[in-house]
Design a binder for this molecule. Structure first.
Ligand code: 5GP
Ligand code: ZN
Length: 141
């Protein structure tokens, strides 16, 4: 299914041209127009899902293998030393385009810090309580 008002639906399905890195029946991988580093790519399913929570298992299950394939291509083709796989869900998580996509961001030796957070503090009781809250939500019927 596609959304007529969704820019990534139009790009994924070839209605709007893009710098395409890879394409198959279900996905198009394009270069981000605001790259964090040279080769920053976006994996776009051709079907419209708002985010990962809407994706069917088959589509979701193909994203990590494809991210690995693209990342390996960045190492071989661009000389990247590594890569980050990032996927944002919701405005507060930094999502700006509401069509599921996975960022694959090549990293180069000596390059700037791109994806980082400052480690916080924790204590075992608090970790146990927090884990229990998520566990209950994940396993409830
Ligand atoms: P988000 O913040 O939703 O995880 O990521 C959206 C990304 O899509 C951003 O990095 C932004 O630069 C990129 N982007 C937004 N619109 C377009 C577009 O029309 N073409 C391309 N190639 N990238 C886009
Ligand atoms: Zn869409």
């Amino acid at each position: 299914m596609n959304d007529q008002n969704c820019i990534f639906c139009k790009i994924a399905n070839g209605e709007i041209p893009s710098a395409t890195v890879y394409e198959d029946e279900e996905f198009r991988v394009i270069l981000d127009m605001g790259p964090a580093s040279r080769g920053h790519a976006l994996i776009l399913p051709k079907s419209h899902f708002k985010d990962i929570t809407e994706a069917d298992m088959e589509t979701a299950g193909k994203l990590f293998p494809l991210a690995s394939k693209i990342g390996q291509g960045m190492k071989k083709g661009l000389g990247a030393a590594g890569f980050n796989v990032v996927q944002n869900n919701g405005t507060c998580a930094g999502q700006t385009v509401f069509h599921l996509h996975v960022h694959v961001i090549p990293r180069y030796e000596g390059g700037p810090e791109i994806v980082a957070w400052k480690p916080g503090k924790s204590d075992p009781d608090e970790l146990a309580k927090t884990a229990a809250l998520i566990h209950a939500a994940v396993t409830e019927n």
